[in-house]
Design a protein around this ligand. Structure first.
Ligand SMILES: [Zn+2]
Length: 437
């Protein structure tokens, strides 16, 4: 007999909703079927959507940035995520230059991540590589990592990876079964002045720096035949330019992730009274650029949050150079974006990140044999967000209008959120087994 059935809900499958039941045993989905069979437990999802649990491919829990640590660790971060219907996330190792440091960074993060309620993977992160790149990649794969992030910028803190190394890594993606991720901003077009305040953030990191660098890296993808995943696209200009010049590889070999903050806010927020709280990199863009991003939403492959909140007090600094960059988003991402984009959002938070991050078909889909990772979401009359379960003392999403609530979240068949009540569980580290498409 199965452990649990979820009945009466609108179950999301292949881009549509079906009135059917989901059967679960030992953490796996055993059937999606409208027949009625006895089970030990029943959950009534009447008037609710039954969706695959959301997968956040881009989070930073317990991230250390020069004297500041993000407000959420793996325990509080995975808890706030559960309130947002998220069941799997991918966090980042500290940046390393060689294989030895990579191993150390891996051990360190594995220890930190033990308190996670959710299942998770880890991205390797490279900075200013030394020694043979192939050795680094081989070590990464031995550790069970199959995604690697590089930065094209942050030379001032020694994190930039040069073009020649990026091209070599793109070649290696084919022979070593991993996905290359890139933080894309042209380093030479970024201006850092000690006198800059938070209001200068967009001037300091102009959208042109993102666009020209993205086009260059798309060219590298073509010449090397490799695969690249662009994290946190901020500007509609970049997306438009990629669609125009590189539609042949867009989201088949050059994948685009964007984040809720770029789809919702504009650079005008930086000039508000609490403008210092809207500080992250890449920064907010013009209303026109946001408009393009919204208009070409279909060309955004995945939604990641880049969840990296810092406390209000840490943001209250006279100069930009002293402000830790990053905000929290993970809890509210589905609700705020579903309100604006509807059903078109769902695959970008489930199926697509599952495929890109090597989690499919274990995660990202409701079908027999997959993990029973499920978000149960109710539509309701529009309301304004006021809850915040993050350890951070503010959320930029407070007060925004939404029209759904995450009622319950299941991770491998166990409730981690049941009718609004959080239930702590033990998440699993998922070893990467290689990504080939
Ligand atoms: Zn990030």
């Amino acid at each position: 007999m199965d452990d649990l059935k979820i009945i009466n809900g609108a179950v999301y499958q292949n881009g549509d909703f079906y009135k059917t039941n989901v059967y679960i045993k030992d953490g796996k989905i055993t059937a999606v079927s409208s027949e009625d069979r006895p089970t030990k437990d029943t959950y009534d999802a009447a008037n609710a959507m039954v969706l695959p649990g959301f997968i956040d491919p881009h989070v930073h829990f317990s991230l250390d940035v020069g004297g500041h640590t993000t407000a959420d660790d793996f325990a509080s971060g995975s808890r706030t995520a559960a309130f947002g219907g998220v069941t799997t996330f991918v966090d980042f190792l500290d940046p390393t230059s060689n294989a030895r440091d990579l191993k150390e960074a891996f051990e360190k993060r594995r220890k930190l991540s033990e308190s996670s309620t959710l299942d998770y993977k880890l991205h390797a992160t490279m900075k200013n590589p030394e020694g043979p790149l192939e050795k680094y990649v081989t070590t990464m794969r031995e550790l069970g990592l199959d995604t690697l992030k590089v930065f094209t910028t942050y030379s001032e803190s020694g994190r930039r990876t040069q073009d020649i190394a990026i091209k070599r890594l793109l070649e290696l993606t084919k022979s070593h079964g991993f996905l290359l991720l890139a933080h894309i901003e042209n380093d030479d077009l970024i201006t850092l002045k000690d006198s800059f305040t938070h209001e200068d953030l967009t001037k300091s990191r102009p959208s042109e720096s993102e666009t020209v660098e993205a086009l260059k890296l798309a060219d590298f993808v073509k010449t090397t035949g490799g695969r690249l995943y662009m994290v946190h696209m901020s500007s509609g200009h970049t997306l438009k330019a990629l669609k125009h010049r590189h539609s042949d590889i867009l989201n088949s070999r050059f994948f685009v992730e964007s984040c809720p903050q770029y789809l919702l806010f504009t650079r005008d927020c930086l000039h508000k009274k609490n403008g210092h709280l809207y500080t992250f990199a890449p920064p907010l863009r013009s209303g026109m650029e946001r408009h393009y991003l919204q208009k070409h939403f279909e060309a955004i492959h995945t939604i990641g949050t880049d969840h990296a909140p810092f406390m209000k007090k840490e943001k209250e600094k006279a100069h930009l150079k002293d402000i830790p960059l990053g905000i929290g988003s993970i809890e509210h991402t589905f609700n705020v974006l579903y309100h604006r984009f509807g059903k078109a959002l769902i695959d970008k938070m489930t199926l697509n990140p599952a495929k890109r991050m090597g989690l499919f078909p274990k995660k990202g889909i409701l079908q027999k044999g997959s993990d029973a990772d499920i978000a149960i979401v109710k539509s309701r009359d529009p309301y304004h967000i006021n809850a915040n379960h993050s350890a951070c003392d503010y959320s930029l999403y407070t007060g925004l209008e939404v029209s759904t609530t995450i009622v319950s979240t299941l991770s491998r068949g166990r409730f981690i959120l049941k009718d609004g009540q959080f239930i702590k569980q033990k998440g699993q580290f998922i070893k990467g087994e290689g990504i080939d498409d």
